[in-house]
Design a protein around this ligand. Structure first.
Ligand SMILES: Cc1ncc(COP(=O)(O)O)c(C=O)c1O
Length: 431
């Protein structure tokens, strides 16, 4: 009787058929394996290896006493700081009133999809949560196919084709770069072309720039420069500030979309109320920037660039097709060239690939299908973050700016990443 009642309750769930977020699930499996004393190379989770900059931690300590609820749209000084950061870094003329603060950009994305009745358009592969959020809300998702030879980028002609089919349909297009899962980014000319299409079809463009500050050369360009009136820039502290667990995300709107910001604030007021007060005060310090934060970022970028290129070379030499890393801490691996050989070993999908690889080598990756790729595609995302970021930053500081971060540096500071990546090559060679 009780079971029957429970069963009927579960059938009424709004999220039938959905599982917990893919990245969190692989983390759980890795943790379980580690708790059994088995080796795990944790390349599944997309978390920054670096500590929060000292200055920002101090700001949080100083503000631990802040206990009041803050305004639903965010602390006015923080909204100003975010706007002026975007002015400095991207020459965007937005002011504090254009900024919405939330408990992580993920939450803000969900609320955006909730309040804006539009179809979601995303390239394949894309970050794991965009489509599930649309599914929870009941929105249509259109996946745009991309190609390896185009670095898995959204092509303007493909976006044009989709928008031209039913041109009056409201749409949210999400562009994410530097990209999770590929680690690649767009050239300025490509952004201009995409912006032209977005403007012609008046789409709401959500530019997910959460990894913008982790462009390995510090040369991130926001597409909002080329389609300011329709672009919402999404960001937050999670990646560039190493503060994923602090849960602070930012949306910056053009004044033309103020009505959307206001609509989102209504939902925010009925759900999360406001973002944690001490975190918002500390975030002001992060967005003000300055020398200490600037140096921290330079070191993080330099390390990620050197390490990403080193991993990419090792894997390429081992016969894996890998995107060239330009930002963030991801590589997208394509084992398609070895499909016959892997197939003879019972590996016929990205999930098979990741399961067998984890079992036989201890390397945890996420299959490409978690990012919307076809099940049978032998692709996977690798996060090269399994190292002690605090130690590595200290070592980079001691070395100074002039000294190269060479193989010796990586072997001393990122040994697990190098070993895990080497194991993928050895495993493939042995198949
Ligand atoms: C591409 C991308 N966008 C958004 C997020 C969400 O970040 P947060 O909710 O921590 O701001 C993540 C986190 O992994 C991400 O990789």
């Amino acid at each position: 009787m009780v079971n029957n009642r429970m069963l009927s309750v579960s059938l009424n769930l709004n999220i039938r058929g959905m599982a917990p977020s893919a990245t969190l699930a692989i983390n759980e499996i890795s943790r379980l394996r580690a708790s059994e004393g088995r080796e795990v190379f944790k390349f599944g989770l997309g978390q920054s290896p670096f500590p929060v900059p000292d200055q920002v931690v101090r700001a949080l300590q100083e503000n631990a006493f802040q206990k009041d609820y803050l305004p639903v749209k965010g602390l006015p000084e923080l909204r100003e700081a975010v706007a002026s950061y975007l002015g400095r870094s991207q020459r965007l003329s937005r002011d504090g009133a254009d900024v919405l603060i939330g408990p992580g950009s993920k939450e803000l994305m969900f609320i955006l999809q909730l309040v804006y009745y539009g179809e979601l358009v995303i390239p394949r592969p894309s970050w794991v949560s965009y489509a599930p959020q649309a599914n929870i809300i009941g929105r249509k998702v259109t996946w745009v196919p991309t190609k390896r030879e185009n670095d898995w980028h959204l092509m303007p002609e493909d976006l044009m084709r989709i928008c031209a089919d039913d041109p009056d349909r409201p749409r949210i297009v999400i562009l994410n770069y530097p990209s999770n899962p590929t680690g690649s980014t767009y050239r300025t000319e490509d952004l201009k072309d995409l912006a032209r299409v977005a403007r012609a079809h008046k789409v709401v463009l959500l530019s997910d720039e959460i990894y913008g500050e982790l462009h390995h050369k510090g040369q991130h360009v926001s597409i909002a420069r080329f389609y300011p009136e329709g672009t919402i820039v999404s960001g937050g502290l999670s990646k560039w500030c190493g503060a994923g667990g602090w849960r602070l995300g930012t949306f910056s709107f053009p004044s033309e979309l103020r009505w959307l910001l206001d609509a989102m604030a209504v939902v925010a007021s009925e759900t999360f109320t406001s973002t944690s007060a001490p975190i918002q005060y500390a975030a002001i310090r992060a967005y003000e920037g300055g020398d200490e934060v600037g140096l921290y970022l330079q070191r993080c970028r330099r390390m990620l660039g050197v390490l990403g290129r080193c991993c990419s070379r090792t894997l390429t030499d081992a016969g894996v097709d890998v995107t060239r890393p330009k930002g963030a801490f991801y590589l997208f691996l394509d084992f398609g060239a070895h499909a016959d050989r892997l197939g003879r070993n019972g590996i016929e999908s990205g999930k098979d690939l990741c399961r067998v690889l984890l079992e036989e080598t201890g390397v945890a990756l996420l299959p490409g299908c978690d990012f919307g790729g076809p099940e049978e595609e032998l692709t996977a995302r690798l996060s090269y973050v399994d190292f002690d970021g605090a130690r590595a930053l200290d070592a980079a500081e001691r070395l100074g700016k002039e000294q190269p971060l060479n193989g010796e540096f990586l072997r001393a500071n990122c040994p697990r990443v190098l070993e895990g990546v080497g194991r993928i090559g050895d495993w493939l060679g042995g198949k």
